[in-house]
Design a binder for this molecule. Structure first.
Ligand SMILES: NC(=O)c1ccc[n+]([C@@H]2O[C@H](COP(=O)([O-])OP(=O)(O)OC[C@H]3O[C@@H](n4cnc5c(N)ncnc54)[C@H](OP(=O)(O)O)[C@@H]3O)[C@@H](O)[C@H]2O)c1
Length: 262
């Protein structure tokens, strides 16, 4: 059995552990974090092993998952400069490029990057992967298999990683849900019904589109009869800059991701 060590026991680690537990993976899972209370919670919730001493945690790893926030990555990796054995590592840090990871902790560590989302908690997530050149095909398969245990995996070039990160966040759906429900409450629905109606509006048709039987265009045409209420609603949104608002937000996210590369 191989050992996967997570450095950072925060939100995304917790979501991945939940997804991994659903899939009953055959790996030993160890978490290191600087907060003992977080480690205790993770042990209790997911039955993982915990290791409060960084060097000891890393010494156990066959696969290292770096899950600290982008501005903590450099400091964390600097304290690992003593690592002398070959090690496969994957960083989840948004915006932090492979060249920066390798500059702080290079050979014998082989680096990949992964971008999962909290949706992996349900076992139905999506993770993008990219690898540095020295990662062998065997190691690539190892990473694909690991992230496949809680959802789909796509491999993309590193120069597309920030665009993927900004686009696929479940925050888009949740933000749209919160916004639509707030507006529905303003036009008269009670909060519970507003949320229920909005959740169905957003989730049902998208789930059905993902089954792949119908095109997006045909489903949009079916949902919005010309001259009808839905068509008028969409036209009103578009005329008031719906697409522009999405574009402005996405560009802001992209700028934020690129700032992490510095
Ligand atoms: N959350 C997501 O949906 C998501 C999705 C994909 C990728 N990611 C990436 O995953 C990474 C983690 O995100 P997150 O949302 O899980 O962050 P988080 O909730 O803040 O978790 C990070 C954890 O690492 C700990 N930590 C930081 N520096 C450390 C160090 N030097 N030694 C030991 N522990 C340390 C933090 O402790 P403190 O609380 O004391 O700082 C915190 O408990 C980020 O780089 C993010 O870009 C996140």
């Amino acid at each position: 059995m191989s050992t996967v060590v997570f450095l950072g026991g925060g939100r995304i680690t917790s979501a991945m552990l939940a997804g991994l537990r659903l899939g009953r993976v055959n790996e030993r899972l160890v978490v290191h974090d600087r907060n003992p209370a977080k480690l205790r919670r993770l042990k209790k919730s997911y039955g993982v092993a915990i290791e409060p001493v960084l060097q000891r945690a890393v010494a156990e790893a066959d696969l290292l998952v770096v899950a600290v926030r982008p501005d903590s990555v450099r400091e964390l990796l600097r304290s690992l400069r003593g690592v002398k054995r070959p090690l496969l590592a994957v960083s989840l840090a948004a915006g932090v490029p492979l060249r920066r990871l390798k500059a702080v902790l290079g050979t014998p560590v082989r680096w990949g990057r992964a971008m999962p989302s909290p949706a992996c908690r349900s076992g139905r997530g999506l993770t993008a992967l990219t690898f540095s050149r020295e990662v062998s095909s065997r190691d690539r398969k190892r990473l694909r298999d690991f992230f496949s245990s809680f959802g789909l995996v796509v491999e993309i070039r590193e120069n597309k990683f920030d665009a993927f990160t900004v686009t696929f966040s479940p925050s888009h759906g949740l933000h749209a849900l919160a916004t639509l429900a707030a507006v529905a409450a303003r036009i008269g629905l009670d909060r519970k019904t507003a949320l229920l109606a909005s959740a169905h509006a957003l989730a049902d048709s998208i789930s059905s589109w993902r089954e792949g039987k119908h095109s997006l265009q045909s489903m949009l045409a079916e949902a919005a009869t010309p001259g009808g209420i839905a068509a008028a609603t969409m036209a009103g949104m578009d005329a008031d800059g719906y697409r522009r608002a999405v574009q402005v937000g996405v560009m802001e996210g992209l700028r934020r991701a690129r700032a992490n590369a510095r």
